[in-house]
Design a binder for this molecule. Structure first.
Ligand SMILES: CC(C)(COP(=O)(O)OP(=O)(O)OC[C@H]1O[C@@H](n2cnc3c(N)ncnc32)[C@H](O)[C@@H]1OP(=O)(O)O)[C@@H](O)C(=O)NCCC(=O)NCCS
Length: 201
């Protein structure tokens, strides 16, 4: 069965799972100012090859508009369930290749005080559930810098398999970086969540 391609943001409803403390809400133009508070933070940007140059508010706004119009991307704001608190970060599905039903995941807990509190793994769990159960994708993958121990750890913890190392893939901050690719298949995800009522979203 091949899934119907969703129209760009035909559904602006947030996505979450039972017992999750956060939810994924489709990104909106009004999120730009929150994102600007972290998008040029070197502690954040060092993890992304695409962020070699400072990003202006206009560029970020154009990016949000592009994401909202795209059939190949779904970008979300991460926010706490039941709170009007500030945005925690962003999470997205990108480079969706509909013929093979795969897509790349991206994740940023941008608010530094919120890092290391379990929210990144919760957001990744939601993204994966969204990609498989809502979009009908078959494979989800991500790449991270080889020295990004946190990302490597949470990908492994959530059942991703390391597929390979892309040697000297990016040049950033005056040196070459290896990138590690991880991926999870829909049947692996389905098998892992059997018996876990909390993930039955
Ligand atoms: C990477 C990121 C998404 C992780 O989210 P987070 O909310 O900070 O992480 P969590 O608190 O959910 O989980 C961190 C886990 O990594 C472990 N960890 C922390 N530092 C580690 C390290 N150096 N090596 C290995 N594991 C590490 C923690 O113990 C924890 O695991 P546990 O729950 O099993 O104990 C977040 O820190 C972030 O957005 N960083 C900046 C941008 C980025 O790197 N994005 C990913 C690009 S692909």
């Amino acid at each position: 069965m091949s899934p119907t391609e969703p129209t760009p943001f035909d559904d602006d409803a947030p996505f979450s799972l039972p017992h999750a403390s956060i939810r994924l809400r489709p990104i909106a133009e009004h999120d730009v100012d929150a994102i600007m508070t972290w998008i040029n933070d070197p502690e954040i940007t060092r993890n992304f090859a695409a962020f070699s140059e400072p990003i202006s508010r206009e560029q970020e706004l154009a990016f949000i508009r592009r994401m909202r119009a795209s059939r190949l991307d779904r970008l979300f704001a991460i926010e706490r369930v039941g709170e009007d608190g500030p945005l925690i970060g962003t999470a997205g599905l990108h480079q969706i290749y509909w013929p093979a039903r795969n897509g790349r995941l991206g994740l940023m807990i941008g608010r530094r005080t919120e890092q290391g509190r379990g929210l990144g793994q919760e957001a990744l769990r939601l993204l994966v559930a969204y990609g498989f159960s809502r979009l009908g994708l078959h494979k989800l993958w991500l790449v991270h810098y080889a020295d990004n121990g946190r990302m490597r750890h949470i990908a492994g913890k959530l059942g991703f398999h390391q597929e390979g190392v892309l040697r000297d893939e990016y040049f950033h901050a005056e040196r070459w970086h290896d990138m590690v690719r991880h991926a999870i298949l829909e049947p692996e995800w389905r098998a892992a969540r059997l018996g876990s009522a909390a993930d039955a979203g």
